[in-house]
Design a protein around this ligand. Structure first.
Ligand SMILES: [Zn+2]
Length: 401
């Protein structure tokens, strides 16, 4: 522990667990499923009040429009909540980005709304780890940093979006704007129960591909028809055949068709791609374009892909390696052994990395079983991870990157 200087020690001494736990519990009691706009508004209000403790400007930003393709092929607008952005000292020499999300995967009608203590140190509840506990960690780490004169060297923006759990369609452009000019970014997704961080992440792309054929009577003139379901199935098989190491392809659903005696004139293929590396994404995009053109030609149908790679792959850049190294050294000085490993999951860290900004995206609490009713927060990780963040930020302020 002698590795800490007196400034660092006095900042770390500011961090107390009890207020972080109180906040986490209060926030977890507010249902903020991505589609629960009322709950998200209530959550944004609470977060706005809490983040007003920082010496910056807090604002709510309108969500960008997001579209979805209905089973009949029409395009619908989706409603999303507003995003919270806090800006502190925009003129300081070192500029950082902090991100989190206020939404959870648990809808308003979910059975999982209550908090339960499993053991003294284990709290079960919706969003306690993913990521209301993480937001508390972020806030209290920054409040501690603000108690020190070192704060004047850094400025930062904090973005807490309302739609991370559904791919950040209404906040991706905001994230990209905020990432510009930043030295580094920290995102507060939960770490694994043993504290291991997520390193490289693959990407994810979702498409709804609309196929238009021609109706005909299945008995009287079937050859006059152009079967959209068969074309969609053929396309699914061709795209599935792209699957290899580094690229997983999952045709997930085909909507469309109608009565048994009608050649179906419409179908929608829903498909997910998981590229490991940007070159895998590029190959998938090119192959998709070729396959759609081939299907259109051979089946005499129209083929319109809708969607894209909302989460680009996040290989570990040189800058990211340095940032991980800094977090690891900071952890070591706190008696923590910090490791990281690649994961198949995706988050806003993918989008930040795609802007060329070094990011560690699992600076939140240690937790487990997220996205299930068994989600837990390991409570003493609140103070542990807030100390880790505060120390990392102080060292970024000193120019550690
Ligand atoms: Zn999350």
């Amino acid at each position: 522990m002698t590795a800490l200087n007196s400034t660092e020690q006095s900042v770390l001494d500011q961090i107390e667990q009890a207020p972080m736990l109180d906040r986490t519990m209060a926030w977890a009691k507010i249902n903020s499923g991505t589609k629960n706009l009322q709950g998200l508004a209530a959550m944004a209000q609470q977060l706005g009040d809490a983040f007003s403790a920082l010496p910056g400007e807090v604002e709510l930003v309108q969500p960008d429009p997001v579209e979805t393709m209905e089973p009949d092929g029409t395009i619908q607008q989706l409603n999303r909540g507003r995003h919270l952005v806090t800006t502190v000292r925009p003129g300081a020499p070192v500029q950082l980005l902090f991100t989190g999300h206020m939404d959870t995967v648990f809808p308003a009608e979910s059975d999982f709304q209550e908090l339960h203590w499993r053991e003294d140190n284990i709290l079960n509840g919706p969003g306690v780890a993913d990521m209301k506990g993480g937001i508390a960690v972020m806030l209290h780490a920054l409040m501690a940093v603000e108690s020190s004169a070192a704060k004047d060297r850094i400025g930062y923006q904090i973005m807490i979006n309302s739609d991370e759990e559904v791919g950040s369609g209404s906040s991706a452009a905001l994230i990209a704007r905020l990432a510009q000019g930043k030295t580094a970014a920290l995102t507060y997704e939960p770490a694994l129960p043993d504290g291991t961080l997520a390193g490289a992440r693959g990407g994810s792309g979702n498409y709804s591909i609309k196929i238009g054929g021609r109706n005909a009577h299945a008995g009287r003139n079937p050859r006059d028809g152009r079967n959209a379901i068969v074309a969609a199935a053929d396309l699914a098989l061709r795209l599935k055949a792209l699957m290899r190491d580094g690229l997983s392809v999952n045709p997930a659903k085909i909507d469309g068709g109608g009565a048994n005696n009608v050649v179906p004139d419409h179908a929608i293929l829903r498909i997910n791609f998981r590229p490991e590396h940007p070159r895998d994404q590029q190959e998938a995009e090119e192959a998709l374009e070729r396959a759609c053109a081939a299907i259109a030609l051979e089946h005499e149908v129209t083929v319109q892909p809708h969607g894209g790679f909302g989460r680009p792959p996040k290989p570990l850049s040189e800058g990211a390696e340095k940032l991980f190294g800094l977090v690891k050294r900071s952890g070591a000085d706190l008696g923590l052994d910090i490791g990281w490993r690649a994961t198949g999951g995706v988050c806003d860290g993918n989008n930040i990395a795609d802007c060329g900004i070094p990011v560690v995206d699992t600076m939140g609490v240690r937790g487990d079983a997220i996205h299930s009713a068994d989600e837990i927060l390991i409570v003493d990780s609140l103070a542990e991870r807030a100390r880790l963040s505060a120390l990392t930020v102080l060292r970024l302020a000193e120019g550690a990157l």
